[in-house]
Design a protein around this ligand. Sequence first.
Ligand SMILES: Cc1cc2nc3c(=O)[nH]c(=O)nc-3n(C[C@H](O)[C@H](O)[C@H](O)COP(=O)(O)OP(=O)(O)OC[C@H]3O[C@@H](n4cnc5c(N)ncnc54)[C@H](O)[C@@H]3O)c2cc1C
Ligand SMILES: NC(=O)c1ccc[n+]([C@@H]2O[C@H](COP(=O)([O-])OP(=O)(O)OC[C@H]3O[C@@H](n4cnc5c(N)ncnc54)[C@H](OP(=O)(O)O)[C@@H]3O)[C@@H](O)[C@H]2O)c1
Length: 461
Amino acid sequence: MVGAGPSGVYVAEALTREAARSGLDVTVAVLDRLPVPFGLVRYGVAPDHPSIRSIRSTLEQTLDAPGVTFYGDVHIGRDLTVDELRASVDAVVYAYGAASDRRLGIEGEDLPGSVAAPELVTWYTGHPDVHPDDGGVAPGHPWVPGLLASAREVVVIGAGNVALDVVRVLVRGVDELSATDMPDEVLEALTTRGVREVHLLARRGPAYTAFTTKELRELGDLADLDVVVDPADLVLDETSTLVAEQDRVASRNLAVLAQWAGRPSTEATHRVHLHFWTSPLAVLGTDRVTGVQVTRSAVDADGRVRPVGEPWTIPADLVVRAVGYRGLALPGAPYDESTGRIPHAEGRVIRDGAFSPGEYVTGWIKRGPTGVIGTNRSDAVETVVSLLEDVDRGVLVPGGHEAPLGPLLAARGLHPLGMAEWHRIDAAERARGQEHGRLRTTLAHRGELLDAADGPEPGGA
Ligand SMILES: Cc1cc2nc3c(=O)[nH]c(=O)nc-3n(C[C@H](O)[C@H](O)[C@H](O)COP(=O)(O)OP(=O)(O)OC[C@H]3O[C@@H](n4cnc5c(N)ncnc54)[C@H](O)[C@@H]3O)c2cc1C
Ligand SMILES: NC(=O)c1ccc[n+]([C@@H]2O[C@H](COP(=O)([O-])OP(=O)(O)OC[C@H]3O[C@@H](n4cnc5c(N)ncnc54)[C@H](OP(=O)(O)O)[C@@H]3O)[C@@H](O)[C@H]2O)c1
């Protein structure tokens, strides 16, 4: 497995289970470019959602199981080529996710003060890529603490669950955030943030958002916050009415929004304005963001969103683009630029127009950056079924490798981190948290993770 996020781990789980049923002797290597496993469960899921983050312990059980080995800190495409990896194992399963962001394609998108959601998310979850060991700023990465300290008014573009995560982190009280596992330096920066007003832009109407109801409702339950919804936006046209009748999530979301539209405003410190049918035309500013030019939008007969009416400006010191993620190419692996995915049929990778024996794909890099963690489980099963069918049909013939993986990594001078190291990091994070009355504090810097990996055994003297 190239990637130890949920999809790679779910393939490991399904493969070991199904192989045992059919009497196949399978060993599974789960590789990740980071020193620690769990992908977006650690570096995506919002810190104020501890129960979802605790899915980690289920993934941990699979990685700890006999026949499964975690190789952390091995970057495929850099430390080992895809060809070398393929030559050392019977089958490769690409499970490396979709870590980049979709572009808006509008003027000013790259101005200082305009950040993509993955940049903010990796920062607040403590991803080592954006927390360099010297405490500086990762090359090409915005200095998020500085942006947060100076920003009072923020525009968040997009109406999905990532947009909601970002809004919550921007407006939730420090007392509540202190109970999370956010790194110390992130908490510190959030303590001094100046954010007061957040404008969330949904380019389509309230019946078409990508929010799940539980996450939407949570916004209205936050302390010291008014959610502002224009009742006029909730008057549905004919098509929106049809959508609301047929889509239960849409109708539930509309009910939540209707409650908010009827609420009187209070003297709350924070306000979140939900702007429906509002599209960004340009991010404004010369040397940094000063606002977003927007327009009312509508949907064409062919389903395309188009601007209607006169543009106006929403002032902003910070713009967060939360319009979806995008998969990147892995050198040496097939890739479809138009979709940002690896081409496949039922998880069997298509290389140069034909099935490529021994190459499979799963998760976000297979189906695109949509779906909750559980979606990756059924997706992984589909891939494993294809793989085992290929063994049955003799398309995938096990054995006969020039250089088995473990010795190959050692010969390269690589020192992968395994699950023993993860358990030491885990213990160090819990200990760091407990020093400050928290359950856990994420170690954000690579150096800290490696030191903890070398540290004492959990429970040892
Ligand atoms: C911000 C955010 C919040 C989310 N919150 C929730 C939530 O609350 N609940 C929910 O159900 N779902 C949530 N999701 C969705 C969920 O996280 C995804 O469905 C899931 O993580 C996708 O799994 P994956 O394994 O395909 O990708 P990932 O989780 O991204 O895992 C990919 C792994 O591959 C590794 N990798 C990448 N390149 C290489 C390489 N070249 N060599 C080796 N390893 C590599 C990465 O380091 C990573 O560990 C969220 C998603 C995002 C973006
Ligand atoms: N708590 C949770 O369960 C949780 C938390 C976070 C993420 N996730 C999951 O992770 C996946 C990814 O979430 P996501 O929020 O990144 O993506 P998403 O669900 O695809 O939402 C993206 C949003 O961006 C909008 N958008 C796209 N292009 C745009 C443009 N050019 N201009 C303006 N708006 C644009 C989309 O609007 P249109 O619909 O008009 O295209 C949509 O509202 C989802 O499946 C999500 O459910 C789950």
